[in-house]
Design a protein around this ligand. Sequence first.
Ligand code: EPZ
Length: 406
Amino acid sequence: MQGTVQVSGAKNAALPLLFATLLAPGTHRLSNVPALRDIDTAGKLLTILGGRVERDGDIFTINSDDIRSDEAPYDLVRTMRASVLVLGPLLARVGHARVSLPGGCAIGARPIDLHLKGLEALGAVITLDHGYVEARADRLRGARICFDFPTVGGTENLMMAAVLAEGTTVLENAAREPEIVDLANALVSMGAKISGAGTANVTIEGVSSLHSMQYRVMPDRIEAGTYMVAAAMTGGDIRIIDARLAHMEAFVGKLREAGVEVTEEGETVRVRRVGPIRSINIKTQPHPGFPTDMQAQFMALMTRGDGTSVISETVFENRFMHVCELQRLGADIVINGHVATVKSVAGLCGAPVMATDLRASASLIIAALAAENTTEISRIYHLDRGYEKLEEKLKSLGAMIDRQPD
Ligand code: EPZ
């Protein structure tokens, strides 16, 4: 692969940012919003809750004057579990929220117990009935909350709940992902008082009201990482516009360890395969560790390594769904609990495979780019949840990839 590709706005930043508009009346303007199914779903949910949403290219304008807390229905929440991020802002704005429990998903049970415990600590009364979470609070009160696990969504929900609470909230063992920092920056631009975002201790001083935001979504570090792996897999030399190495140090460190050259040229990152791929071990961790959202893509690369790679998934309990499909392409992978052992093979051979979740879809595409013959990937609706025009962007880099009509 050769050429230059532009990264879109980050899905996992845009989603909480869209829900943060529930916190303040007025017209909010979000730019660099990626065109994704999950973003469309978030727009639908905001409309159900009373928001007036308009989209013009990558710009979303949302008027939140008339937010009423209708419920976030099951048929919508089950398609996108990030919908639970309306709990914090609705509680803070209108004192009531009724959100369907998300249910499990392909990569794990993904409960929201830490979200609910935190909201109760702020004074919310939470009841569960018929698969719905009902949350009520006249006025949330600041509290010190220590998360059992640095939950990304839990940190985001609690940060959004605390900005209008009475008094100060401290989140300990908070998630440190760059998307958390993006959300905090947007909330501060709305008049919130937040310090420590991006560290394990976030302090939020409640204010009485907020005003609308005009904000640009950060670039998508997982999309950027996906192109980097694709270039490594195919022996390419590409440039990625809007990739931020500062957001992906652990991942880039592992890519370099595997023999890939990664250099920063201003706002662009150059990725070049300069020699054989070395088999290395990775272990996914909360940020700033190796991101779980890059595990499947990296596993595809390790099928082309020069030895044995041990991949440990510590964040989700079932995030190896791509393994069976990679094996159909000829990969030699053995799973033992949370650990997958990948032995290098001479080459992969194209075959029909099935996408099971968003990042598994990307992993199969990466493997298929280096496989002999043609690979057909079904159920790519998973892919459309989190990648904007992926096949077009890869084609512009020389990949032979086409989307077949349904
Ligand atoms: C966010 O999910 C991302 N999604 C995920 O990206 C990402 O993989 C994950 O963070 C970890 O980085 C969005 O931002 C929309 P968590 P989230 O709460 O918030 C357990 C992608 O591919 N947990 O940090 O759901 C949970 O079961 C998606 O773009 C509890 O037990 O992640 C999981 O094992 C996939 N109780 C672990 O923590 C809770 O209350 C991490 O979950 C909350 C979480």
